[in-house]
Design a protein around this ligand. Structure first.
Ligand code: ADP
Ligand code: MG
Length: 477
């Protein structure tokens, strides 16, 4: 890690050289290296690479550490699951206290000649085994996402059966295969599993994996650079299995859909496999062309549902054993019972908990789990109550719960009070007077004002709005 961090210093961020705030950057790198060094030895290589290595320290100025990541999603994940654990550790180990600000920043272009590797493509590039991709193009079928590492239960067995059939006989059984299901339920995992399995069976088969966003970007690139023949060759001629993840993003993108339609036809006629995933059914995707919709009726539409408690526990145990985390049965059961939303959340909690236990040396027990995950457990289980909302807002906005319920009018405090009231109204639907009561006996007009004010600021400041919406999502589970 220190190697790549020091290169970040020398080369500067985003290819912008000669930055005046070099010192702030070095300070950030130094602090961030310390923040994560203890974790590095304790988390598995995979977890560390997935969650921490892509984060780039940008600057440390007046106790504010700015970190950059190319994915908004991962930023939220780190913030929700690990940030407080890391900060506590920094304080305990090095006596450093700082606030953290995240910024979304694309990675620098690797090679302008390479039409496929647009910035957002960390995880979305091409794989062709017999036709080795140019070096800048990342091999991106993740070997960890295999059928072996996928836990099968009633919620997903149909999907797994369909995927297995496709992987065993691409183009022969279900073509196209359309897999749909909610966020974090294993769609991307299964896409990779199909790719892995097909390549294992036939190392010469040309598997192309990418997200529909990457497909869109690649198309735009090809149009700009007048490289449409290469583009078409890539997806039509040089492809035996096309794995297109998150096809819902194609909705309303007319030109991309047009191109995809022809790609689809060319592949299908040639007996090549098409496998797509989506978080919506074809007829629920807004702005999705009728002719594409009907194409997907030709094959099989398989769904994947949220796992039942037994499957959740089995998944936790498998993850723990893969990551060499000694997870006692009662803790697995506790987590599996309380975290119901999706598998990604489950994973997040497990990593957070094991990071916490190893950093503090505490034993991994149900009590520890309850303690470390208290906000998450309350909010991801049943509807959160006002206390839980206040706790989450206080954590996010760095204001004491007692201040949120109190009367102080200092701007930061007043604002977090308003946010908490706004969220309480949205989530619990309690009446204005009842909410006022819960916030230390305020008048109902204060609550109404808070709601109006927050709505207004959300309309004016996108960053603020993002924050409130992410709190709302978190609280709603
Ligand atoms: P989706 O693409 O549906 O949003 P992912 O495939 O990214 O979801 O899954 C989120 C995480 O959960 C991944 O790390 C994946 O490995 C894991 N996961 C999901 N379902 C299972 C399962 N049944 N067994 C093992 N891991 C799973
Ligand atoms: Mg996915």
């Amino acid at each position: 890690m220190s190697g790549s961090l020091s290169t970040a210093v020398n080369k500067s961020v985003d290819g912008v050289s000669a930055r005046p705030d070099h010192e702030a950057e070095i300070a950030a790198v130094d602090l961030w290296t310390r923040a994560i060094e203890r974790l590095k030895g304790r988390l598995s290589r995979h977890t560390f690479q997935t969650y921490f290595e892509p984060i780039r320290p940008v600057s440390l100025e007046s106790d504010e550490l700015t970190l950059a990541h190319s994915s908004k999603f991962m930023i939220d994940w780190v913030r929700d699951n690990l940030l407080d654990v890391l900060l506590q550790d920094l304080e305990a180990q090095h006596g450093v206290r700082c606030a953290v600000k995240f910024v979304v920043r694309e990675r620098p272009f690797s090679d302008p000649e390479d039409s496929v590797s647009t910035p957002a493509q960390q995880t979305t590039a091409l794989v062709t085994s017999s036709d080795p991709p140019p070096s800048a193009r990342q091999l991106s079928i993740n070997p960890k996402y295999s059928f072996d590492s996928f836990v099968v239960g009633p919620s997903n067995q149909f999907a797994v059966a369909a995927c297995t059939a496709v992987a065993n006989a691409p183009g022969k059984s279900y073509n196209p295969l359309f897999l749909y299901g909610g966020v974090g339920l294993g769609k991307t995992h299964l896409v990779h599993a199909v790719g892995n399995h097909a390549l294992q069976k036939n190392p010469n088969s040309r598997v192309v994996y990418l997200s529909s966003e990457a497909f869109t970007n690649d198309l735009i690139h090809a149009l700009e650079l007048h490289k449409m023949p290469e583009f078409r060759a890539r997806y039509r001629e040089k492809c035996d299995i096309l794995l297109l993840d998150d096809i819902q993003f194609l909705g309303n993108k007319k030109q991309t859909m047009e191109e995809f339609f022809h790609t689809f036809n060319a592949l299908h006629e040639a007996g090549k496999q098409i496998f797509v995933t989506s978080d919506k059914l074809p007829n629920e995707i807004e702005g999705f062309e009728e002719r594409l919709r009907s194409r997907f009726q030709w094959g099989l539409i398989a769904d994947i549902q949220p796992p039942e408690v037994e499957t959740r526990v089995a998944i936790l145990k498998k993850k723990a054993s893969n990551d060499k985390i000694a997870l006692p049965d009662d803790v697995a059961l506790f987590l599996g019972t309380h975290i119901r939303s999706n598998v990604r959340e489950l994973e997040g909690c497990l990593i957070r908990l094991s990071a916490f236990a190893s950093l503090t040396g505490a034993a991994l027990t149900v009590d520890l789990a309850r303690d470390v995950l208290k906000n998450i457990l309350v909010v991801r289980g049943d509807k959160p109550d006002v206390e839980a909302i206040i706790r989450v807002v206080s954590e996010q906005m760095q204001v004491k719960p007692s201040d949120i319920k109190g009367d102080r009018r200092q701007q930061g405090i007043a604002r977090s009070r308003q946010v908490a009231m706004y969220l309480t109204r949205k989530i619990t639907g309690l009446s204005y007077p009842a909410i006022g009561e819960k916030f230390g006996g305020k008048d109902h007009s204060t609550v109404i004002n808070a709601e109006q004010r927050i709505t207004q600021i959300m309309g004016e400041e996108p960053e603020f709005r993002n924050m409130v919406e992410s709190l709302l999502r978190r609280l709603n589970g």
